[in-house]
Write a protein that binds this ligand. Structure first.
Ligand code: FES
Length: 102
């Protein structure tokens, strides 16, 4: 799979959970919302909070440090339309979660 890297297995990110992955100096936050896997830049653009550690409400993750909110599918901030986290393409292959990082 061109540009894709295996980041986790489905068993590591069960529905309702998230997982932070470090790959090649990049921090990726994986989310499982009702079985749908998504991946966004895991570092909050405010002051670097770990988005994978924040609570998820619907498809919105809340940064655990100061509460900025991002849609886990679009990366868009719900409080400032000009702020958007990078979104990574995700593919599943059996139990494996692959994320396009290049
Ligand atoms: S670091 Fe995320 S809201 Fe401040």
């Amino acid at each position: 799979m061109d540009g894709f890297v295996k980041m986790a297995s489905l068993g590591e990110v069960p529905p309702g959970s998230a997982k932070e992955i470090e790959h090649d100096g990049r921090i990726v936050a994986l989310f499982n919302v009702d079985g749908a896997i998504s991946a966004i830049d895991g570092i909050c653009p405010h002051q670097g909070g770990p988005l994978a550690d924040g609570p998820v409400e619907g498809t919105c993750v809340v940064c655990p440090w100061h509460g900025w909110q991002f849609d886990v599918n679009t990366g868009k901030s719900s409080i400032n339309a000009r702020i958007k986290q990078q979104v990574y393409e995700v593919k599943l292959d059996g139990d494996d979660i692959w994320v396009r990082v290049s």
